[in-house]
Design a protein around this ligand. Structure first.
Ligand code: DGY
Length: 322
């Protein structure tokens, strides 16, 4: 690299990441971490050679068409890339990368937290203690579902799903999964493959969703599919809200169709999530914090920098998705 390329960073990144980025690139930073509008991004992009965004910035086909011709790359600080129209980027020959692997452990931790929180009624218990409504103990008080030894169904046995499977084995859970293709047994040990989503749902106690959001997976967990789960089942989602039909899930949670849910991601997040979730006791809700650990956020940033460095050195970036 001769002159340093300019990178527009749309959100405030960890200090170590911004420092390392500045060693290799000119940077346009967002020290106040304000959520920029698309128009602002397009305007700032006039002075940049690449953009380093998060999933909070949307790059629709229309936005990508309006990006200045000097933009060579969108190097995401995220593993999910549903916020970027990849076909539109390909048409403009804009390279798109993501940050896989480095957030699998952190996200798997949140999946386990959701499973436990939903099964053992963590939000309800927390609310009781905080509101001084906790008055008694009895054998029937706050009885939840035990997950030890239960059947965990993993929808999407990618990197995160595989870590969740390993962690869940620590709770003696048996692992079932659905994926486009079965994985080799070295990677998934004795996990049982189900060729269809419906077959998976019919054979599990806990569902953990790990498939990416796409046209194929939108609304995948529909009312017909939820009906295949038994009434003690638990659903958790650390992937993207779009995979779930919210009305269907809320109906099942209200009617006793399933026992509980744990959610970290939502349709319409953050401020337009389905209001029905807020009314329910049997949901454990977190605000999209799957990757929110110091170690992981640093690693995501370094991975995005590696991708940008490769691109501007004329090499193939490790994590190219378009
Ligand atoms: C991801 O990396 O996709 C996380 O959801 C944060 O954006």
């Amino acid at each position: 690299m001769n002159e340093k390329p300019v990178v527009l960073v749309t959100r405030k990144l960890p200090i170590a990441v911004e420092k390392k980025l500045a060693e290799h690139f000119e940077t346009i930073l967002n020290p106040d971490d304000r959520l920029y509008s698309t128009d602002e991004i397009l305007q700032m992009a006039e002075n940049a050679d690449a953009i380093l965004p998060c999933h909070t910035e949307k790059f629709s086909a229309q936005t990508i068409a309006l990006l200045p011709s000097r933009i060579k790359a969108i190097a995401n600080f995220s593993v999910g890339v549903d916020h970027v129209d990849l076909e539109a980027a390909k048409l403009r020959q804009i390279i798109v990368t993501n940050t896989p692997d480095v957030l699998s452990d952190a996200t798997a931790e949140i999946a386990m937290l959701l499973i436990l929180g939903a099964a053992r009624r963590a939000s309800e218990g927390d609310r009781l203690v905080r509101s001084q409504q906790w008055k008694d103990w009895s054998p029937a008080f706050m009885v939840g579902k035990q997950i030890t030894g239960k059947r965990l169904g993993i929808l999407g046995m990618g990197r995160v799903g595989q870590v969740v499977a390993r962690r869940a084995r620590g709770f003696d859970m048996t692992i079932h999964y659905h994926n486009r293709k079965p994985l080799d047994s070295m990677r998934i040990k004795d996990a049982e493959y189900h060729a269809t989503v419906d077959e998976l749902l019919s054979n599990i106690d806990v569902l953990s969703i790990h498939c990416p959001a796409s046209d194929e997976t939108r609304g995948l967990l529909s009312s017909d599919r939820i009906a295949l789960l038994h009434s003690n089942a638990i659903v958790v989602n650390t992937s993207r809200g779009g995979v779930i039909d919210d009305d269907a899930l809320i109906d099942a949670l209200k009617s006793g169709g399933i026992a509980a849910a744990g959610l970290d991601v939502y349709n319409g997040e953050p401020d337009a999530i389905h209001p029905g979730y807020r009314q329910l006791e049997n949901v454990f809700l977190l605000p999209h914090i799957g990757s929110a650990t110091e170690e992981t956020r640093d690693a995501m940033g370094f991975r995005a920098i590696d991708n940008l460095t490769a691109i501007f050195n004329g090499d193939e970036p490790g994590d190219r998705v378009a």
